[in-house]
Design a protein around this ligand. Structure first.
Ligand code: NAP
Ligand code: ZN
Length: 347
């Protein structure tokens, strides 16, 4: 076993604290990764605070991992020691179901193995990237394109793929208007990726405070939704909307901003149900679709796309000792635009 240092939530209502634990030793198809950076996703907060239910404690969160391979198993063929690699939201799946065979491991019929807050095939709890090392089967690793900043690349492993996948699935591109709702970790990646795919991007935010940054990220328009009547000028404006909001909110207001045949892509995962007015959809043949991260193949495609277009996340790098403060700032929307933990701070 490998003694590993990390930070964990011991219970839902406790702050994260230093936590040592054991990981499995490197087996034939495994690699051992020395973790350099790990992004802080709002899903980490939902799970560490058990907002979705079913959380497993102690929990070491973190599923936006980049690091260096320090050891490979005897059967590893795809990666070498010293290579820089990424790990996203899952580290295994059944590999035999219809979804897995199509490269859609995130929709595995028997359930993928989450990088943390999951249980592996041996029935052991999984622990994530708020730690100094991780052991992962080579089939669930990603290659990091050279030339990208490593800290800025970590959030691509969740925020990047979660927004790239529905944009690609629904064919968002040149000639389309795209609204990004919520300018946080996912939202700012949706702006960059939507723009790179050729869409005209508008940001809808709760306040006016992120306007300049939205334009810098590539949005052509920005709407402060807290202003009286702000929605009026948006009626029937967009071909697509991508909703990244982390708390319960009114979807029906958003539907009105879609054209006939427009599509609302829901990726935000609030802990309460969202209600839908049937006529918001019926009257203009609008669509509501969901999307969950992306498969290994598509995540690699997204990373390569980011390499070609020089796209990374805008990050605030923090030592792990500041993680609890970072959670509070994320909840307030006070981060530009993703916290990334420098795991050197654990040593
Ligand atoms: P984040 O950085 O906190 O961003 C969420 C943004 O939503 C905030 O910055 C804020 O933007 C907006 N917002 C929050 N509360 C709001 C409210 N009450 N009303 C209106 N807007 C509000 O979070 P994230 O890491 O991007 O994650 C966003 C959501 O996606 C989370 O629920 C997360 O669990 C989920 N997620 C889903 C997937 C998936 O596979 N589908 C993957 C990763 C994450 P403004 O300040 O601009 O208003
Ligand atoms: Zn995430």
């Amino acid at each position: 076993m490998l003694t590993t240092k990390g930070y964990a939530a011991l219970e839902a209502d406790k702050k994260l604290e230093p936590f040592n634990f054991e990981r499995r030793s490197v087996e034939s198809r495994d690699v051992l990764i020395h973790i350099r950076y790990c992004g802080v996703c709002h899903s980490d907060i939902h799970q560490a605070r058990d907002e979705w239910g079913g959380s497993i404690f102690p929990m070491v969160p973190g599923h936006e991992i980049v690091g260096t391979i320090t050891k490979i198993g005897s059967g590893v063929t795809k990666f070498k020691e010293g290579e820089v690699v990424g790990v996203g939201c899952f580290i295994d799946s059944c590999r035999t179901c219809h979804s897995c065979k199509q490269g859609l491991e995130q929709y595995c019929e028997t359930g993928m193995t989450f990088t943390y807050n999951g249980t592996d095939k041996l029935g052991q709890p999984t622990y994530g990237g708020y730690s100094n090392q991780i052991v992962v089967d080579e089939n669930y690793l990603l290659r990091i394109p050279s030339g990208l900043s490593l800290a800025g690349t970590a959030p691509l492993l969740c925020a990047g793929i979660t927004t790239y996948s529905p944009l690609k699935q629904w064919g968002v591109g040149k000639g389309h208007t795209l609204a990004v709702v919520g300018l946080g970790g996912l939202g700012h990646m949706a702006v960059k990726l939507g723009r790179a795919l050729g869409a005209e991007v508008t940001v809808l935010s709760r306040s006016g405070s992120k306007q300049q940054e939205a334009k810098r990220l590539g949005a052509i328009d920005y709407v402060d939704m807290s202003q009286e009547g702000a929605g009026k000028r948006l009626e029937r404006t967009f071909d697509f909307m991508i909703d990244t909001v982390s708390s319960p909110h009114d979807l029906n207001a958003h539907f009105e901003f879609l054209k006939t045949d427009g599509t609302l892509m829901l990726v935000g995962a609030p802990d309460q149900p969202l209600s839908i007015e049937a006529f918001s959809l019926i009257l203009r043949r609008r669509r509501l679709v969901g999307s969950l991260i992306g498969g290994i193949q598509e995540t690699q495609e997204m990373l390569d796309f980011c390499g070609e277009h020089d796209i990374t996340s805008d990050v605030e790098v923090i030592p792990i000792q500041q993680i609890n403060e970072a959670y509070e700032r994320i909840i307030k929307g006070d981060v530009r635009f993703r916290f990334v933990i420098d795991l050197e701070s654990l040593e």
